[in-house]
Design a protein around this ligand. Structure first.
Ligand SMILES: Nc1ncnc2c1ncn2[C@@H]1O[C@H](COP(=O)(O)OP(=O)(O)O)[C@@H](O)[C@H]1O
Ligand SMILES: O=C(O)[C@@H](O)C(=O)COP(=O)(O)O
Length: 412
């Protein structure tokens, strides 16, 4: 029976935390939240189950309902401890749903307090004095300021959270780094003291993995944790896994990049220098959706050794009207479906929303985790029409610049 249940707000986030949990010693299964069979998925033998939602940009009411449904699925699978996984860049405007989802899950569990811990040091996300940094920059000065769906204009986690929870600023406390370095017992006392004075959401600073290990130990009495994936690395699972291996099938090396994030833009440019690709332009899709999709599929199927990249964005000026986002997601999903129907058995998809759209269109069942290629990025193995399907679902901002080339060399 699984003991840890994770509610992840997007599919790449689900992959990311599945990687962290596996390295922490949990046998982990990822199920899609809107898979009609999700409730019946066989999670026997799993130590952790991750339900992947597509709720990051959903309206509050819908995100809360989906998250509470996921909680029920996890409880039915035998989970006793829970984790709400959101993005390490805390993608959530004042109308965002991170606060409402955390509050709803906390209340459904009848628990008094949880922590807010988006830090992911290996990918440059750190929290100091409650401010979230991306590399050298506060969140609101990073490329997240211009994200097409969740532009971030503040870096203070307490300030971002206050309008989203019912108790406002009084519901939120901060455990600063100066307390974190004093060790797990001190952090546990600080969290309990914050709860005793009425706070239900405790933001905890973290500059490196050691700080997150301290936090994981300090919170082993809490039934609900919330954060990015890196806090999960500090949890202690029951197993010790060796490195996992895969053999990628022969065939075109197709990358479907819907992400407009800076890391993806660099990866697209790097891959185009080594391979070939096609730029999806919303106006062209509106004029002749089927024609554009057919051309992309034909060219991808005929591509050679290098990666073939179908991309919506390779430069900041490509990011257009956010109203075009669903059109691009539809086009990339349709291209994926036609490629798989034509026999392609490995696809790399960049972007959380994009990955969610593609995987739902493909109708892939539960995903098993393969080797980690970069922090938070791994090949996953699903089944489609009775055959294996390898998927790399990459968070927009993750991965080295050569990832779209290197990913395919992993299983050679
Ligand atoms: N040129 C563009 N114009 C409008 N929307 C775009 C463009 N390029 C990408 N998008 C949309 O932006 C969103 C990017 O989100 P996502 O896939 O989650 O990437 P990330 O992981 O980088 O956040 C997708 O919905 C995608 O369709
Ligand atoms: O925590 C993270 O940064 C990732 O797991 C994640 O959720 C990234 O989301 P996308 O950038 O939308 O892929």
């Amino acid at each position: 029976m699984a003991t840890l249940g994770v509610i992840a707000d997007d599919l790449t986030g689900a992959t990311d935390i599945a990687i962290a949990l596996t390295s922490a010693g949990y046998r982990t299964t990822v199920v899609l939240g809107d898979d009609p069979n999700a409730g019946a998925v066989d999670t026997d033998g799993a130590d952790a189950v991750v339900v992947a939602l597509k709720s990051r940009t959903a309206p509050v009411r819908e995100a809360v309902a989906d998250s509470l449904n996921a909680l029920e699925t996890l409880r039915a699978a035998g989970c006793e401890r829970f984790y709400v996984k959101y993005c390490s860049t805390f993608d959530s405007t004042p109308d965002g749903n991170i606060g409402p989802v955390c509050e709803a899950v906390l209340e459904a569990l009848g628990e008094p307090v949880t922590v807010i811990a988006p830090a992911f040091p290996a990918n440059g996300r750190t929290v100091y004095r409650g401010h979230l940094f991306v590399g050298d920059d506060p969140l609101d000065e990073s490329s997240m300021r211009h994200h097409p769906l969740t532009p971030m204009t503040d870096s203070s986690l307490p300030r971002l959270l206050a309008p989203q929870v019912s108790g406002g600023a009084d519901d939120i406390a901060l455990v600063p780094w100066q307390v974190v370095v004093r060790g797990a017992d001190t952090v546990r006392s600080a969290i309990d003291a914050a709860a005793a004075s009425g706070a239900r959401f405790v933001v905890v600073d973290a500059l490196d993995d050691a700080d997150l290990d301290t936090l994981a130990e300090a919170t082993d009495h809490l039934r609900l944790l919330t954060g990015g994936s890196a806090l999960a690395q500090g949890l202690r699972g029951p197993r010790d896994f060796g490195p996992s291996r895969i053999t990628l099938p022969e065939g075109p090396r197709v990358v479907l990049a819907g992400s407009a994030s800076r890391a993806t833009q660099g990866q697209v440019r790097h891959a185009l220098a080594d391979g070939d690709g096609i730029h999806l332009v919303p106006a062209d899709l509106r004029a002749d959706f089927d024609g554009v999709v057919s051309t992309a599929v034909e060219r991808a199927l005929g591509s050679g050794e290098g990666p073939f990249v179908v991309y919506a964005t390779s430069a900041p000026e490509h990011v257009g009207d956010t109203a075009d986002a669903p059109l691009i997601e539809d086009a990339l999903s349709e291209i994926a479906a036609r490629l798989v129907a034509a026999g392609v058995r490995a696809l790399l998809v960049a972007g959380g929303e994009t990955s969610g759209a593609v995987v739902r269109r493909l109708g892939v069942g539960p995903l098993a985790l393969g080797p980690e290629v970069d922090p938070g990025v791994a090949w996953m193995l699903g089944r489609k029409d009775g055959a294996d399907l390898h998927l790399m679902l990459k968070s927009g901002n993750f991965g080295g610049e050569d990832l779209f080339v290197r990913a395919w060399e992993e299983g050679e």
